[in-house]
Design a protein around this ligand. Structure first.
Ligand SMILES: Cc1cc2nc3c(=O)[nH]c(=O)nc-3n(C[C@H](O)[C@H](O)[C@H](O)COP(=O)(O)O)c2cc1C
Length: 362
């Protein structure tokens, strides 16, 4: 599936239970340092860890086929594959008749008919975020040259609000530190309560959703453009490409509508000769263009749709209402694994916008 990038071209391919998944990223500049080990470490952050993550165990080793040589981009398309090694398709045989509520099954079968490969959710699977992370990892490596870093953490889980940029943008050091834990949060005091909540949901055959906050640090002023070129739209479109994302806000987002202009506006001032804003309710973007402050976004993930609890659905063969009990190895909470996916999405969009600016100055 191709993306909406302007200068770069990203294609993510494969199915959850097929031979392999992977990506092709075209249009990268030559001579950019990309450590394959760093990309692998980035992808590894998406691996299932903790009792609430899928029991499917994939090595997720990224094998680069082209576009990198001796640790540098060659200017040719970067292509990489990740082999699928732990698929169990039998778990999905019944879904053709009885679609899982709120998953892709019904809508995908109506669109693609019998041709659709829905084993493990096929091309719709959260597994496709592995190549997204690999491509995003390459982008993140290239952004290092400019000191830009997109970093994310969990800001809400199962309805419990956690530390948020709305109460002050966290330091990059604190966010990176949080990545050492399987539950990347910025308020340690809530950890035990969250683990209890996650354990309870899993024991009840249920699932939990949450909100990931993404902060892009050291983004230069001037990325994006008006109307359809707007950075918010471009970032949102890439965030929505991550399965299970149901809402995206920038800065104060939906809350900003309740404020007065005098409360919502981010006053300008000089700091060490640089124009900054006293607050950052706009999330670092004005008129679709980055204003030099941190870009801040909240990305809402639905609870995993495949739950063990019995649910009402339909039988498409007998045209009757029925009940479904979903088997298979599902994440009872995907939010911890989705954190790095938002970083990948943001890194790709920011790199694309940087390259777009560079191409305007020939
Ligand atoms: C990292 C990751 C892992 C996921 N794992 C599962 C899973 O185990 N079971 C499941 O039902 N959905 C899982 N999902 C979510 C589904 O892929 C997603 O809800 C589904 O494709 C329908 O898309 P929608 O929720 O965007 O409408 C996962 C998503 C991500 C990002």
């Amino acid at each position: 599936m191709s993306s909406n990038l302007e200068v770069l071209k990203l294609s993510v391919f494969g199915e959850s239970h097929g031979r392999a998944i992977g990506f092709t990223l075209e249009g990268l500049p030559e001579g950019k340092k990309v450590s394959e080990a760093a990309v692998q470490a980035f992808v590894d952050r998406r691996k299932s860890r903790g009792g609430y993550a899928t029991a499917r165990r994939e090595a997720d080793e990224v094998e680069f086929l082209s576009g990198l040589k001796n640790g540098y981009t060659t200017g040719a398309p970067v292509c990489a594959v990740i082999l699928n090694s732990d698929a169990r398709s039998a778990d999905y045989n019944k879904l053709k008749d009885t679609p899982r509520p709120s998953h892709c099954d019904y809508a995908a079968m109506q669109k693609y008919g019998e041709w659709c490969d829905l084993a493990g959710s096929g091309h719709f699977s959260g597994r496709l975020t592995a190549p997204l992370c690999a491509a995003g990892g390459v982008a993140a490596e290239i952004l290092k040259d400019s000191g830009i870093r997109a970093a994310a953490y969990i800001a809400e889980l199962g309805g419990i609000p956690l530390s948020s940029y709305r109460n002050g943008v966290p330091s990059l050091t604190d966010v990176v530190e949080a990545h050492n834990s399987e539950l990347p949060i910025l308020c340690e005091e809530k950890r035990e309560e969250l683990i209890r909540l996650l354990d309870q949901a899993r024991a009840e055959g249920d699932s939990l959703g949450g909100v990931v906050e993404l902060v892009a640090y050291h983004v230069p002023v001037g990325l994006g453009g008006p109307l359809y070129e707007g950075l918010e739209g471009r970032l949102a479109s890439m965030f929505f490409a991550i399965p299970a994302v149901k809402g995206v806000e920038f800065g104060d987002g939906l809350h900003i509508s309740a404020l007065k202009g005098s409360e919502a506006n981010d006053a300008f001032r000089y700091e060490d000769g640089k124009v900054v804003t006293a607050t950052n309710r706009s999330g670092g973007i004005n008129g679709g263009i980055s204003n030099g402050m941190e870009i801040t976004a909240r990305i809402a993930f639905r609870p995993t749709p495949s739950i063990a609890k019995p649910q009402k659905t339909v039988n498409l063969t007998s045209c009757t209402d029925t009940e479904i009990r979903i088997k298979g190895r599902h994440d009872s909470c995907i939010v911890p694994r989705a954190v790095v996916c938002t970083e990948a999405a943001a890194s790709l969009i920011i790199l694309d916008a940087m390259m777009e600016n560079a191409s305007r100055r020939i």
